[in-house]
Design a protein around this ligand. Structure first.
Ligand code: ADP
Length: 279
């Protein structure tokens, strides 16, 4: 059953680290500095980042992957999507990325109506989304720095500005000292952090992660989640698919559970929740 009551926490917004690179410090965003949780519901129409409204997805094969799915994610909110294999977690993320299109309903992401978006708008739309996968797909014939720089090459950014952004992203994940190394020389946890640096180098508004800790032990998994929480604290919205209940249950963030493409339950522990409107 979907919980209708959302307990809103009273925690003050986390103060941005003064040494943090500017692109990760969004505390000046109006949404992050005004209003209170009691004045504004968590995902009010004004601070909504992702809004699924009765979304369904049926693949051409006839497989119904999602049915009547409705939920919203606020700016600066961190939520997990969980459920058994085949429940529809990856499909949900693919819809947000515009890799797949909903068969019905409405999906609006940061003000963009995905149902109405033309294919030539997709590349610029996707630049506001950082993606992290279980298999981080790093190129072993390139350095850590060059792997993180990849999305910027595609966006055609000025090389000097690009270099500054790559180093800021590597600094954020604690790997600046390893920028010249090959990904092959890094541990599994470090490789995943390179994948996260690559995901945030374009300073996305949203991070989507699909089983980002699938190959990591519990300690490293917890480190990756702590890193995600830092992005949440500067206003990035995060949607993370994971079936690792032991890990996510203990973290205190919102958990959306899918069962055969339907939202079967929502847990909102709210020990932590959103940076955007928890005061
Ligand atoms: P999860 O990520 O939770 O494992 P998926 O979103 O991958 O679930 O899959 C949901 C359902 O949709 C499954 O039944 C799966 O077989 C089906 N499915 C996923 N991708 C496709 C596809 N490209 N074509 C047809 N069916 C698919």
């Amino acid at each position: 059953m979907i919980s209708s009551q959302r307990c809103l926490a009273t925690r003050k917004i986390e103060t941005a680290n003064p040494r943090q690179p500017a692109e990760f410090t969004r505390a000046n965003d109006r949404e992050l500095t005004t209003g209170t949780a009691s004045e504004e519901p968590r995902a009010s129409p004004f601070n909504r980042m992702i809004a699924f409204d009765r979304v369904s997805k049926r693949y051409p094969s006839g497989q119904q992957a999602l049915a009547n799915l409705s939920f919203t994610l606020a700016r600066g909110e961190f939520a997990f999507i969980t459920g058994h294999s085949g429940a529809g977690k990856s499909t949900l993320l693919k819809l947000v990325l515009g890799i797949e299109r909903p068969s019905g309903g409405s999906l609006v992401v940061n003000g963009h109506d995905l149902m109405a978006m033309s294919p030539n708008m997709l590349p610029s739309y996707r630049r506001q989304i950082g993606t992290v996968f279980q298999d981080h797909q790093l190129l072993n014939d390139r350095s850590v720095f060059d792997n993180v720089a990849l999305p910027l090459e595609i966006s055609g950014l000025d090389p000097r500005e690009g270099k500054r952004r790559v180093r800021a992203a590597l600094d954020k994940v604690g790997l600046l000292s390893k920028e010249r190394m090959s990904p092959m020389a890094l541990s599994g946890g470090e490789q995943q952090r390179v994948g996260i640096a690559r995901a945030v180098v374009n300073t996305p508004r949203i991070i989507l992660a699909d089983e980002p800790t699938g190959n990591l032990d519990p300690e490293l998994s917890a480190e990756i989640m702590a890193l995600f929480a830092q992005f949440m604290s500067v206003g990035v919205s995060l949607l993370v698919a994971s079936h690792d209940r032991a890990l996510i249950d203990g973290l205190g963030y919102r958990i959306l559970t899918l069962e055969e493409g339907r939202l079967s339950s929502e847990a909102s522990p709210h020990i932590k929740g959103t940076a955007a409107n928890e005061y």
